[in-house]
Ligand binder design. Sequence first.
Ligand code: 16C
Length: 247
Amino acid sequence: SVHTRDQVELPPPAIDNRLTVHTLWSEIDRISSEQIQAAFEGVGGEIGWQLFAEEGDMRMYRREMEVDGMVTDPLKAMHKVRGVTAREMCHYFFNPRYRYEWETTLETMTIVEEISSDALVFHQTFKRIWPASQRDALFWSHVRHSSTGTYAVTNHSTTNVDYPSNTGACIRLFVTVCLACRTTYPAGEQPTRNNITTDIAYCSTVNPGGWAPAGVLRAVYKREYPKFLKRFTNYVVEQCRDKPIAI
Ligand code: 16C
Protein backbone atom coordinates (compact mmCIF):
# COMPACT_ATOMS: atom_id res chain seq x y z
CA SER A 1 0.00 0.00 0.00
CA VAL A 2 1.02 3.65 -0.27
CA HIS A 3 1.01 3.97 3.49
CA THR A 4 3.77 1.43 4.07
CA ARG A 5 5.27 3.61 6.76
CA ASP A 6 2.30 5.49 8.23
CA GLN A 7 3.15 8.58 6.20
CA VAL A 8 0.43 10.44 8.09
CA GLU A 9 2.35 10.05 11.34
CA LEU A 10 5.62 11.53 10.16
CA PRO A 11 6.39 14.91 11.72
CA PRO A 12 4.16 17.43 9.93
CA PRO A 13 5.87 20.05 7.71
CA ALA A 14 3.87 22.84 9.43
CA ILE A 15 2.69 23.39 13.01
CA ASP A 16 -0.60 21.68 13.91
CA ASN A 17 -3.41 24.21 14.59
CA ARG A 18 -4.51 22.30 17.69
CA LEU A 19 -1.19 23.13 19.31
CA THR A 20 -1.37 26.89 18.70
CA VAL A 21 -4.63 27.18 20.72
CA HIS A 22 -3.33 25.15 23.72
CA THR A 23 -2.41 26.88 27.01
CA LEU A 24 1.17 25.55 26.72
CA TRP A 25 1.66 26.95 23.21
CA SER A 26 3.58 30.15 24.07
CA GLU A 27 6.00 28.23 26.32
CA ILE A 28 6.42 25.40 23.80
CA ASP A 29 7.02 27.84 20.96
CA ARG A 30 9.53 29.97 22.90
CA ILE A 31 11.60 27.12 24.35
CA SER A 32 11.61 25.12 21.09
CA SER A 33 12.79 28.17 19.12
CA GLU A 34 15.56 28.91 21.63
CA GLN A 35 16.72 25.29 21.72
CA ILE A 36 16.75 24.86 17.94
CA GLN A 37 18.58 28.17 17.51
CA ALA A 38 21.29 27.14 19.98
CA ALA A 39 21.59 23.51 18.90
CA PHE A 40 24.04 23.91 16.02
CA GLU A 41 26.02 26.73 17.63
CA GLY A 42 29.66 25.74 17.97
CA VAL A 43 31.39 24.40 21.03
CA GLY A 44 34.43 26.65 20.61
CA GLY A 45 34.67 30.05 22.24
CA GLU A 46 34.62 30.99 25.88
CA ILE A 47 31.79 28.96 27.39
CA GLY A 48 34.16 26.09 28.11
CA TRP A 49 32.75 22.93 26.55
CA GLN A 50 34.91 19.91 27.39
CA LEU A 51 35.04 16.94 25.02
CA PHE A 52 34.37 13.71 26.97
CA ALA A 53 33.49 11.13 24.33
CA GLU A 54 34.46 10.67 20.71
CA GLU A 55 33.70 7.79 18.39
CA GLY A 56 33.59 7.97 14.59
CA ASP A 57 31.60 11.09 13.70
CA MET A 58 30.16 11.42 17.21
CA ARG A 59 31.53 14.04 19.64
CA MET A 60 30.15 14.74 23.10
CA TYR A 61 30.86 17.80 25.20
CA ARG A 62 29.80 18.84 28.68
CA ARG A 63 30.14 21.85 30.92
CA GLU A 64 30.56 21.26 34.62
CA MET A 65 27.80 23.05 36.45
CA GLU A 66 26.19 22.80 39.86
CA VAL A 67 22.93 24.33 41.10
CA ASP A 68 22.26 24.20 44.86
CA GLY A 69 24.94 21.53 45.20
CA MET A 70 23.41 19.34 42.48
CA VAL A 71 25.22 18.40 39.28
CA THR A 72 23.36 19.88 36.28
CA ASP A 73 26.13 19.62 33.64
CA PRO A 74 24.76 20.66 30.23
CA LEU A 75 25.57 18.18 27.46
CA LYS A 76 26.00 18.82 23.77
CA ALA A 77 26.56 16.10 21.21
CA MET A 78 27.28 16.36 17.50
CA HIS A 79 26.91 13.45 15.14
CA LYS A 80 26.60 12.67 11.43
CA VAL A 81 24.51 9.79 10.11
CA ARG A 82 24.26 8.58 6.53
CA GLY A 83 21.20 7.10 4.82
CA VAL A 84 18.40 8.58 6.94
CA THR A 85 16.71 11.98 6.87
CA ALA A 86 16.24 14.59 9.59
CA ARG A 87 12.50 14.01 9.42
CA GLU A 88 12.92 10.26 9.92
CA MET A 89 15.28 10.79 12.89
CA CYS A 90 12.73 13.05 14.58
CA HIS A 91 9.86 10.68 13.79
CA TYR A 92 11.50 7.85 15.73
CA PHE A 93 12.58 10.11 18.60
CA PHE A 94 9.16 11.73 19.02
CA ASN A 95 6.77 8.83 18.45
CA PRO A 96 6.14 6.88 21.69
CA ARG A 97 5.46 3.68 19.75
CA TYR A 98 9.18 3.12 19.27
CA ARG A 99 10.52 4.45 22.58
CA TYR A 100 11.03 1.19 24.47
CA GLU A 101 12.98 -0.14 21.49
CA TRP A 102 15.83 2.38 21.83
CA GLU A 103 15.48 4.04 25.27
CA THR A 104 17.32 1.86 27.80
CA THR A 105 16.92 4.10 30.88
CA LEU A 106 13.11 3.75 30.92
CA GLU A 107 11.08 1.85 33.43
CA THR A 108 7.61 3.17 32.48
CA MET A 109 6.17 5.66 29.99
CA THR A 110 2.64 7.10 30.08
CA ILE A 111 1.09 9.50 27.59
CA VAL A 112 -0.49 12.14 29.85
CA GLU A 113 -1.97 14.33 27.11
CA GLU A 114 -2.18 14.25 23.33
CA ILE A 115 -2.14 17.94 22.47
CA SER A 116 -1.81 17.59 18.69
CA SER A 117 -0.05 15.52 16.03
CA ASP A 118 3.18 17.34 16.93
CA ALA A 119 2.92 17.73 20.73
CA LEU A 120 2.47 15.25 23.57
CA VAL A 121 2.90 15.28 27.35
CA PHE A 122 4.68 12.30 28.91
CA HIS A 123 5.23 10.88 32.37
CA GLN A 124 8.27 8.60 32.55
CA THR A 125 9.96 6.70 35.34
CA PHE A 126 13.61 5.71 35.01
CA LYS A 127 15.75 2.87 36.23
CA ARG A 128 17.14 3.55 39.67
CA ILE A 129 20.78 4.57 40.00
CA TRP A 130 22.18 3.18 43.21
CA PRO A 131 22.49 4.68 45.86
CA ALA A 132 20.14 7.53 44.82
CA SER A 133 16.33 7.41 44.85
CA GLN A 134 14.48 6.49 41.68
CA ARG A 135 13.56 9.41 39.40
CA ASP A 136 10.53 10.34 37.32
CA ALA A 137 9.86 13.16 34.86
CA LEU A 138 6.83 14.92 33.39
CA PHE A 139 7.52 16.78 30.16
CA TRP A 140 5.98 18.08 26.97
CA SER A 141 7.50 16.94 23.69
CA HIS A 142 7.18 18.90 20.46
CA VAL A 143 8.40 18.05 16.97
CA ARG A 144 8.72 20.76 14.33
CA HIS A 145 10.09 21.64 10.95
CA SER A 146 11.78 25.02 11.22
CA SER A 147 12.28 27.67 8.57
CA THR A 148 15.96 26.77 8.15
CA GLY A 149 15.03 23.25 7.00
CA THR A 150 15.84 21.71 10.37
CA TYR A 151 13.59 19.09 11.97
CA ALA A 152 13.78 19.06 15.76
CA VAL A 153 12.20 17.51 18.83
CA THR A 154 12.24 19.53 22.05
CA ASN A 155 11.34 18.01 25.44
CA HIS A 156 10.86 20.22 28.49
CA SER A 157 9.56 19.60 32.01
CA THR A 158 6.08 20.75 32.92
CA THR A 159 3.50 20.15 35.67
CA ASN A 160 0.10 18.44 35.82
CA VAL A 161 -2.24 18.21 38.82
CA ASP A 162 -2.85 14.53 38.14
CA TYR A 163 0.90 13.80 38.31
CA PRO A 164 2.17 15.52 41.48
CA SER A 165 5.91 15.35 42.17
CA ASN A 166 7.72 13.66 45.07
CA THR A 167 4.66 11.87 46.50
CA GLY A 168 5.71 8.27 45.99
CA ALA A 169 9.03 6.49 45.68
CA CYS A 170 10.30 8.80 42.91
CA ILE A 171 12.01 12.18 43.03
CA ARG A 172 10.97 14.39 40.10
CA LEU A 173 13.85 15.43 37.87
CA PHE A 174 13.79 18.34 35.41
CA VAL A 175 14.87 18.03 31.85
CA THR A 176 15.38 20.15 28.75
CA VAL A 177 16.37 18.14 25.68
CA CYS A 178 16.62 19.05 22.02
CA LEU A 179 17.39 16.72 19.12
CA ALA A 180 17.94 18.91 16.05
CA CYS A 181 18.68 17.39 12.63
CA ARG A 182 19.36 18.63 9.12
CA THR A 183 19.89 16.71 5.93
CA THR A 184 22.18 17.48 3.02
CA TYR A 185 22.78 15.85 -0.36
CA PRO A 186 24.84 16.83 -3.41
CA ALA A 187 23.52 19.81 -5.38
CA GLY A 188 21.70 18.79 -8.54
CA GLU A 189 20.97 15.24 -7.30
CA GLN A 190 17.76 13.70 -6.00
CA PRO A 191 18.00 12.57 -2.36
CA THR A 192 18.41 8.79 -1.98
CA ARG A 193 19.53 6.52 0.88
CA ASN A 194 22.97 6.48 -0.76
CA ASN A 195 23.67 10.22 -0.98
CA ILE A 196 22.03 11.82 2.09
CA THR A 197 23.81 12.81 5.29
CA THR A 198 22.03 14.05 8.41
CA ASP A 199 23.81 16.28 10.89
CA ILE A 200 22.58 15.83 14.43
CA ALA A 201 22.88 18.11 17.43
CA TYR A 202 21.60 16.67 20.72
CA CYS A 203 21.53 18.97 23.75
CA SER A 204 20.44 17.92 27.21
CA THR A 205 20.30 19.49 30.65
CA VAL A 206 19.04 17.35 33.51
CA ASN A 207 18.54 18.68 37.04
CA PRO A 208 18.32 15.62 39.31
CA GLY A 209 15.74 17.38 41.51
CA GLY A 210 17.22 16.13 44.77
CA TRP A 211 20.35 14.64 46.24
CA ALA A 212 22.45 12.36 44.05
CA PRO A 213 26.18 11.77 44.51
CA ALA A 214 28.10 13.92 41.98
CA GLY A 215 30.70 11.28 41.15
CA VAL A 216 28.15 8.56 40.45
CA LEU A 217 26.00 10.89 38.39
CA ARG A 218 28.89 12.02 36.18
CA ALA A 219 30.09 8.43 35.73
CA VAL A 220 26.56 7.36 34.73
CA TYR A 221 26.00 10.07 32.15
CA LYS A 222 29.48 9.61 30.62
CA ARG A 223 28.48 6.03 29.93
CA GLU A 224 24.78 6.51 29.14
CA TYR A 225 24.75 9.48 26.73
CA PRO A 226 27.14 7.88 24.18
CA LYS A 227 25.28 4.59 24.54
CA PHE A 228 21.97 6.34 23.88
CA LEU A 229 23.10 8.28 20.80
CA LYS A 230 24.79 5.30 19.15
CA ARG A 231 21.90 2.97 19.90
CA PHE A 232 19.23 5.45 18.79
CA THR A 233 20.91 6.41 15.50
CA ASN A 234 21.65 2.75 14.66
CA TYR A 235 18.04 1.92 15.43
CA VAL A 236 16.76 4.57 13.00
CA VAL A 237 19.14 3.40 10.25
CA GLU A 238 17.84 -0.17 10.71
CA GLN A 239 14.19 0.93 10.70
CA CYS A 240 14.60 2.96 7.51
CA ARG A 241 16.77 0.55 5.54
CA ASP A 242 14.10 -0.88 3.21
CA LYS A 243 11.56 1.92 3.45
CA PRO A 244 10.98 4.74 0.96
CA ILE A 245 12.83 7.91 1.94
CA ALA A 246 10.81 10.61 3.78
CA ILE A 247 12.33 14.04 3.19
O1 16C B 1 16.58 12.19 25.38
C1 16C B 1 16.47 11.02 25.68
N1 16C B 1 15.29 10.44 25.89
C2 16C B 1 14.02 11.09 25.74
C3 16C B 1 12.92 10.07 25.76
O2 16C B 1 12.93 9.27 26.89
C4 16C B 1 13.76 12.15 26.78
C5 16C B 1 14.25 11.77 28.12
C6 16C B 1 14.74 12.57 29.00
C7 16C B 1 15.11 12.13 30.36
C8 16C B 1 16.58 12.15 30.57
C9 16C B 1 16.89 11.85 32.00
C10 16C B 1 17.26 10.44 32.18
C11 16C B 1 17.58 10.17 33.61
C12 16C B 1 17.84 8.76 33.72
C13 16C B 1 18.20 8.35 35.10
C14 16C B 1 18.37 6.86 35.15
C15 16C B 1 19.48 6.36 34.26
C16 16C B 1 19.61 4.88 34.39
C17 16C B 1 20.86 4.41 33.77
C18 16C B 1 20.86 2.92 33.58
C19 16C B 1 21.24 2.17 34.79
O3 16C B 1 14.32 13.36 26.35
C20 16C B 1 17.72 10.15 25.86
C21 16C B 1 18.17 10.25 27.26
C22 16C B 1 19.50 9.59 27.53
C23 16C B 1 19.78 9.68 29.00
C24 16C B 1 21.19 9.34 29.37
C25 16C B 1 21.40 9.31 30.86
C26 16C B 1 21.54 10.67 31.46
C27 16C B 1 21.78 10.62 32.95
C28 16C B 1 21.68 12.01 33.50
C29 16C B 1 21.74 12.05 34.99
C30 16C B 1 20.42 11.74 35.63
C31 16C B 1 20.33 12.14 37.04
C32 16C B 1 19.57 11.14 37.85
C33 16C B 1 19.79 11.32 39.29
C34 16C B 1 19.90 10.01 40.05
